[in-house]
Write a protein that binds this ligand. Structure first.
Ligand SMILES: Cc1ncc(C[n+]2csc(CCOP(=O)(O)OP(=O)(O)O)c2C)c(N)n1
Length: 202
């Protein structure tokens, strides 16, 4: 829905990383890197009237949902990177693991109940996708045919912990799912879980 390119996304992220490393952002940030093409592909299907729900890492989605870069940067500079919400652009995020999942599900239920034609897109990391909450919302939305698409972003880690090792599985639950309402992609990031390589990182 926007004409942003991979380079635009990377340029925005690099600018935020530099601001963080220069101690101009006095709160955590979480960066992407490496998943730009996947993200652009998902957003080919997202329209202005659709709702988008994200986690603590949502700057790519905000840009692609239409939030102007200067407006987004101002929020991040003011320390709100982990909970970016822009109701006017129909995008919400929460830094609580699984926090947005039931809200996204309820939004999809409301769309179906009101017979509207828009959709919900809900992004989550691969560790989030292995939680009980994820299992329940995906089961419920699939069985009730709700207008919601789940996007699982697999960077293989939950903070510093290997997700597959935690659960003792070589293949994640939704990794090779044939559920048409799930997009799963794997990416390798150059950043730590939080921060940008200098100052606080974990
Ligand atoms: C309820 C809750 N528990 C723990 C945390 C700390 N925490 C923040 S991100 C994260 C890792 C989640 O991993 P994943 O879902 O794979 O996301 P990603 O790797 O994309 O950050 C954890 C445990 C939290 N934010 N909320």
């Amino acid at each position: 829905m926007t004409r942003l390119t991979k380079d635009d996304l990377i340029a925005f992220e690099e600018d935020i990383a530099a601001e963080f490393n220069a101690a101009n952002i006095r709160a955590p940030i979480h960066l992407y890197s490496g998943c730009e093409e996947h993200m652009l592909r998902v957003f080919e299907k997202v329209n202005a009237e659709d709702w988008v729900f994200c986690s603590w890492r949502s700057h790519y989605q905000c840009l692609l949902k239409g939030v102007p870069a200067d407006v987004l940067k101002k929020e991040i500079m003011e320390g709100r990177s982990i909970s970016l919400c822009f109701p006017e652009y129909r995008i919400f995020s929460s830094a609580i693991v699984t926090g947005v999942l039931p809200i996204a599900l309820g939004t999809a239920w409301s769309i179906k109940y009101k017979r509207e034609s828009n959709k919900v897109f809900c992004f989550m990391g691969e560790m989030t996708s292995e939680t009980g909450v994820a299992s329940e919302v995906i089961k419920y939305s699939s069985n009730h045919d709700l207008p919601i698409h789940w996007v699982i972003e697999d960077n293989s880690k939950s903070v510093c912990t290997d997700t597959r090792e935690v659960w003792g599985m070589d293949e994640l639950t939704y990794e090779n799912s044939d559920n048409p309402n799930i997009t799963y992609f794997r990416y390798e990031t150059k950043w730590p879980h939080a921060g940008a390589g200098k100052r606080v990182q974990f």
